[in-house]
Design a protein around this ligand. Structure first.
Ligand code: VGL
Ligand code: ZN
Length: 189
């Protein structure tokens, strides 16, 4: 079995000080760096919330969210404290007319030949059949990504020190973790 690491949306807008901040978000940086430093051999993948200036995902067009992770802005950049130079980066949420793209498995990138590929295509090519997931936020994009990982038949580990929840309603994060356990996700710390 080959295991990869998937970092979901570790972008400034989701950290304290950003436009959609997750409380305690900065506490994920150190544990994730430790994981990456201890396992430099693991292939690393990251998703990036990568929205156009105007999208149905934002409140001004009927969506749930204030503007965040707008393409080319600082808020859309990965946290500089994370050592993720080796990551293959998947962009999602790019369609202005679709309030989708919560899951990293909706993300796409260009491969060395310039072809657009999905995260799952990449994992299959590399023979990756297990994935350790961390990032922001537990109750949205981490949850959607972990459920898709299960649906795709991967063995899924949720790295608890490396996730935090938005908790729009108190308890959303814990409820998300319960749903993931039910789906077969293994909780690790
Ligand atoms: C996310 C809300 C809106 C996330 C993305 O990355 O969890 N949450 N867009
Ligand atoms: Zn978003």
């Amino acid at each position: 079995m080959t295991t990869g690491v998937l970092l979901v949306d570790p972008q400034y807008d989701f950290f304290p000080g950003g436009s959609l901040p997750v409380a305690g978000g900065d506490q994920i940086v150190e544990p994730i760096n430790l994981l990456l430093a201890r396992h430099p051999e693991l292939p690393l993948f990251a998703s990036r919330d990568w929205h156009p200036t105007s999208t149905k995902h934002f409140q001004e067009r009927g969506g749930l969210w204030p503007p965040h992770c707008v393409q080319q802005t600082r808020g859309a950049r990965f946290h500089e404290g994370l050592r993720m130079d080796r990551a293959a980066i998947y962009d999602k949420g790019t369609d202005p007319d679709d309030d989708g793209g919560y899951s990293a498995f909706d993300g796409r990138r260009r491969d060395a030949q310039g072809n657009s590929i999905s995260l799952m295509e990449d994992l299959r090519r590399r023979g990756v059949d297990g994935i350790v997931i961390a990032g922001l936020a537990t109750d949205y994009c981490v949850k959607a990504s972990a459920l898709d990982a299960c649906k795709n038949g991967l063995l899924v580990f949720l790295f608890l020190p490396g996730v935090r929840a938005v908790n729009i309603k108190p308890g959303d994060g814990d409820a998300a973790i319960a749903v993931l356990r039910e789906a077969g996700v293994l909780l690790v710390s």
